[in-house]
Write a protein that binds this ligand. Structure first.
Ligand code: ACK
Length: 218
């Protein structure tokens, strides 16, 4: 019946405390503001605009997508594979509403999304579905060989008509590529280019983000 269909959330995840959301949001904006002024970025501007000589304001290019979080399991109200098994997992029940400190180790930008890479601890990996990266293989070839937890991210913004599910796929894609040379040492860290408009900034000092493990019904 309709009740049982709504008993599972849209997704489980770690939700950033509001003060931390502001901090992460500001850091991301600072990064975007600087990135689109770099000569190295302008050299590859056609990745974003489709035409040379055109400028792009990355702060305007991406739009925010709701509450900042790191999805652990997308349940789609029970329609996603493994949703009820995940919700019943004793570890999920035990840690529901517990506080976690996530470590944000990189920021990445593509013509589709901007996000933060999350490096999970062994304890946090207990809440991460072990088959996530294998199941991403169909969308991003090579994902299955990446370490478990590689997809962990926070969506910071999406280009027009792009859904947030794309952010994790963009991160996986970058991680399957050979690590490029550092094209710029920025204040926040080392910037690398991965072709086709893909950029990743490894943070000199990871951002420590206080979160609560919970779920979102929408
Ligand atoms: O930014 P995200 O991780 O990407 O957070 C949102 C959240 O669920 C609500 O839409 C993520 N999401 C959506 N569809 C999927 C999917 N098929 N697999 C994994 N995550 C998904 C989205």
């Amino acid at each position: 019946g309709p009740l049982s269909e709504t008993s599972l959330p849209l997704y489980f995840g770690w939700f950033l405390f509001s003060s931390v959301q502001d901090k992460v949001g500001c850091t991301a904006m600072d990064f975007l503001k600087t990135l689109d002024t770099l000569e190295a970025f302008k050299k590859h501007i056609t990745d974003f605009t489709g035409q040379a000589e055109k400028e792009v304001d990355l702060e305007q290019y991406f739009e925010a997508k709701g509450v900042l979080h790191c999805t652990t399991k997308f349940c789609d109200y029970g329609k996603a594979d493994g949703a009820s098994e995940y919700a019943k997992n004793p570890v999920v029940k035990k840690f529901y509403s517990a506080v976690f400190e996530l470590s944000l180790t990189a920021l990445f930008v593509t013509p589709r999304t901007v996000g933060a890479r999350v490096s999970l601890t062994d304890e946090q990996l207990k809440l991460w579905p072990a088959d996530t990266e294998k199941e991403s293989e169909a969308d991003v070839p090579g994902s299955a060989s990446l370490p478990v937890g590689s997809r962990a991210h926070i969506t910071l913004g999406c280009a027009k008509d792009v859904e947030p599910v794309q952010t994790g796929l963009d991160l996986l894609q970058i991680l399957t590529l050979p690590q490029g040379e550092v094209v710029e040492e920025m204040e926040l860290g080392s910037l690398r280019y991965y072709g086709e408009g893909r950029w990743m900034l490894s943070l000199r000092e990871p951002i420590c983000a206080a979160t609560c493990f919970s779920s979102f019904y929408g």
